[in-house]
Design a protein around this ligand. Structure first.
Ligand SMILES: *Cc1c(COP(=O)(O)O)cnc(C)c1O
Length: 399
């Protein structure tokens, strides 16, 4: 049966301690115990409804974590202070010195830099392959490999991962499959397709207002318990706890995520069709002409479209940058990194979010200097926005 994550969030009852329709915002770092025995028990085992210290768990973070577990259909989840904290805690929980990570060759720039530049200092090496090529993944696995890492829709070329195929490779080699689902909440449900853990940067679509940085890990109860273990858990010991005021506002925003994703997707579909009609090379899995279209149709949840992210290759770097300036002036959106905001955001990945990737590798993976990535906004009248974009294209001689 078709999976609808919005129903699962809809059915959550998170009322506050005095019957408020929203839960109270946790305003305590520490919690009292009626006697020493319960305190010792809380340290030794997690007790439902019993809190110890807010870096470990606190009520509002538990509410948001539960909503995120519903979203991803995972047993459990943990909110963190950023998407990068979710990624680094997950990798450090699984990997030790001597272990290897195998990752897709086009991933978020920060994740790439963590794996390429930082983790080797701890003796953890990463290698990058084209994960769309299942044989290439198979061939790159060594005795040291512990993790397969990819994004369900990858940044910035919007390639669709074959999560089920990657899971079967992972099973054959006793690896963990970690999938970053930041680009496609509700649209894709990686846990249901076989991922062991799902990462989100809540900073993006899930919060949707670009007013804070936050992240989460959705996984089995055992894995989340391991992350939060007071003696050995990466999140407990590295300490990237999300502030409760932020948690409370994200928890409210997640209840409109389904409506927002539908609108982001419909607008992105419209823009990609229009850009394609003008003759540009467009990367969007909703296009019938896209080589990612068939795979996307097999894995997507019905009803949320193909997501709000698209990239267009304008071929010429100088014209692309003048186009972005013109679009900002024409009030189409903002020249900014990040995504999932209610207004359209655009940037050129080669010079921003993917700049950690050396120029030579950028060329090898097909990342053109004239590429613009769009995070399409919630514009009610996207035709009007496109007319403005077309004027800008004229202005910079792209049409
Ligand atoms: C932004 C982003 C991250 C990092 O998240 P932060 O919240 O900025 O730490 C990770 N993965 C993807 C795909 C992202 O877009």
């Amino acid at each position: 049966m078709a999976f609808d994550p919005s129903n699962k969030i809809q059915d959550l009852l998170n009322f506050g301690e005095f019957g408020g329709v929203n839960p109270s915002i946790t305003d305590s770092a520490t919690y009292t115990f009626m006697n020493l025995d319960t305190m010792k028990e809380a340290f030794d085992h997690e007790m439902e409804g019993c809190f110890l210290y807010s870096r470990h768990w606190n009520p509002i973070n538990k509410f948001l974590s539960k909503a995120l577990a519903q979203l991803e259909d995972s047993e459990s989840a943990l909110v963190t202070a950023s998407g990068m904290a979710a990624i680094s805690c997950t990798l450090l929980q699984i990997c030790s010195a001597g272990d290897e990570i195998l990752a897709h060759r086009t991933i978020y720039g920060g994740t790439y830099a963590l794996m390429k530049n930082f983790l080797p200092r701890l003796g953890i090496q990463a290698r990058f392959v084209n994960m769309l090529d299942v044989d290439a993944v198979q061939n790159a696995i060594t005795k040291q490999t512990r993790v397969l890492y990819c994004e369900s829709l990858s940044n910035p070329l919007i390639e669709v991962a074959d999560i089920a195929a990657l899971r079967s490779i992972a099973d054959n080699h006793h690896l963990r499959l970690i999938v970053d689902n930041t680009f496609s909440p509700m649209v894709v449900s990686p846990i249901r397709l076989g991922a062991h853990a799902v990462i989100h940067s809540l900073t993006k679509f899930i919060n949707g207002t670009s007013d804070c940085v936050a992240g989460c890990i959705c996984a089995s109860k055992d894995f989340i318990d391991a992350l939060t273990n007071v003696n050995s858990g990466a999140s407990m010991l590295l300490g990237p706890v999300l502030d409760s005021f932020r948690t409370a506002s994200i928890l409210k925003n997640i209840h409109s995520l389904h409506i927002r994703m539908q609108k982001h997707s419909a607008n992105a579909q419209f823009l990609s069709e229009q850009f394609e009609k003008l003759g540009f090379r467009v990367f969007y899995p909703g296009l019938a002409s896209s080589d990612q279209h068939g795979r996307m149709q097999r894995i997507m949840n019905p009803g949320f479209g193909y997501g709000g992210m698209l990239s267009v290759d304008f071929a010429d770097a100088e014209k692309a940058s003048r186009l972005m300036a013109a679009m900002q002036k024409a009030m189409v959106g903002y020249l900014a990194v990040s995504l999932g905001y209610f207004k359209t955001l655009f940037s050129s990945p080669g010079n921003s979010t993917s700049s950690e990737i050396p120029k030579k590798e950028q060329a090898a993976i097909g990342l053109s200097e004239g590429l613009i990535r769009f995070s399409v906004g919630l514009d009610n009248d996207i035709k009007r926005s496109f007319e403005r974009m077309k004027k800008c294209l004229h202005e910079v001689d792209l049409i």
